[in-house]
Design a protein around this ligand. Structure first.
Ligand code: 5GP
Ligand code: ZN
Length: 114
């Protein structure tokens, strides 16, 4: 998707502070951090939102979930805990339509939307 912001980050066309990458996913710092640590974990494959994942994406979905803990450990937020947020569609306020997991940590969360 040439007009997708996160695909451009994957392609190196837009700079980002990458904190982890492998053949299937990359993770980078959010440009407007909402917490001391705010990392976005995304699949290299352009998938617009969580609810668009299908059976063909089973291995990728698993890999994304398994990578959350690895990145949290690397970022030093695993011991105290952190929040994972996935916005999905208009009512959630999703701004970038390339699936991403927000990893938010480094402070006590004061609001629990769930
Ligand atoms: P959403 O609201 O779609 O769940 O989250 C999109 C996130 O992308 C926001 O937290 C926003 O700060 C972040 N973001 C938007 N543009 C850029 C950018 O150019 N670079 C980086 N690193 N993050 C961005
Ligand atoms: Zn994309």
């Amino acid at each position: 998707m040439t007009d997708c912001l996160f695909c451009k980050i994957i392609a190196g066309e837009i700079p980002a502070k990458i904190v982890y990458e492998d053949s299937q996913v990359i993770a980078f710092n959010d440009i407007r951090p909402k917490a001391p640590t705010h990392i976005l974990l995304i699949p290299r494959k352009h998938i617009e939102k969580l609810s668009d994942l299908n059976a063909d994406d089973a291995a990728l979905s698993s890999h994304l979930m398994l990578t959350v803990g690895k990145i949290a450990e690397m970022a030093g937020i695993n011991e105290n805990g952190f929040r994972v947020v996935v916005n999905n569609g208009p009512f959630s306020g999703q701004e970038v339509y390339h699936l991403h997991f927000h990893l938010l940590g480094g402070k006590q969360m004061s609001w629990n939307p769930a």
